[in-house]
Design a protein around this ligand. Structure first.
Ligand code: PGA
Length: 252
């Protein structure tokens, strides 16, 4: 059976109580669906540690949605990679399009964050993707190259002892939160290109996942793409019935 990666990005959709209740009610039914997959839930910061505790002994990993680019210091409102590691986080999303848009996340910031995560052996989930305008102007590959370059160069300087896995999430910005399913031939080409980029530029094992309006109806189509190893799921990940259906497709 192919090992798939499912990342549930809860964004700011569930409160602390709602996150804990979701886990209390559904962790055991999720467990039966996970089997050999990697399944990561990324709640908002206050729920991280509680969810880590609740998932002990279950095949569910907990990830953060961002991290500070600084190791420690006077950075009000930020959370260090050290804190995330101490709280039991094993994954962290960086460069999400919403962070790039609302928190003015730059490529250089993302590289600093990546460095911090590697230092604390947190597996990075690096999000990349072009905007609607860039897509329409045929600038997709140029944008992806720009977003990937620094991260891949940094990764290439590490050994597998320092970093044993990284994840690239390709999320076309025009498909995130939109109900748009990008054409499959287009995704097939982009993922083949990503696979080549990552395998020629680094020697570290990596996984490529797709994100952007994944739901119970279209998940199987994305999972059938040759170089797609899994999914980053936003809205549908807080709806247990959709999430269960998406996980079931991994068995097909
Ligand atoms: P969506 O979000 O599934 O709601 O489009 C995906 C994401 O932003 O990671």
């Amino acid at each position: 059976m192919v090992k798939r990666i499912f990342v549930a990005n809860w964004k700011m959709q569930l409160s602390f109580n709602q996150s804990c209740t979701f886990m209390q009610e559904h962790s055991h039914e999720l467990k039966t669906l996970i089997q050999q997959d990697i399944f990561v839930i990324c709640p908002s910061f206050p729920a991280l540690h509680s969810l880590v505790t609740m998932c002990e002994g279950l095949p569910i990993a907990i990830g953060a949605q961002t991290v500070s680019r600084h190791p420690f210091g006077a950075y009000t409102g930020e959370v260090s990679a050290l804190s995330l590691a101490e709280a039991g986080c094993s994954y962290c999303i960086i460069g999400h399009s919403e962070s790039r848009q609302y928190a003015h996340e730059s490529n250089i910031n993302i590289e600093h964050k990546l460095k911090e995560l590697i230092k604390h052996t947190i597996i990075p989930i690096i999000c990349i993707g072009e905007t609607k305008e860039q897509h329409e102007q045929n600038n997709t590959y140029a944008m992806l190259k720009e977003q990937l370059l620094g991260c891949l160069q940094l990764i290439a300087t590490h050994s597998t002892e320092a970093l044993n896995h990284y994840i690239i999430a390709y999320e076309p910005v025009w498909a995130v939160g939109s109900d748009i399913t990008p054409p499959i031939p287009l995704l097939t080409k982009i993922f083949a290109w990503l696979h080549k980029e990552c395998s020629t530029k680094t020697n570290i094992p990596f996984s490529l996942i797709y994100g952007g309006s994944v739901n119970a109806t279209n998940a199987a189509t994305f999972l059938a793409i040759k170089d797609v190893d899994g999914l980053l799921i936003g809205r549908a990940s807080t709806d247990i019935e959709s999430l269960k259906k998406i996980m079931e497709y991994a068995r097909i």
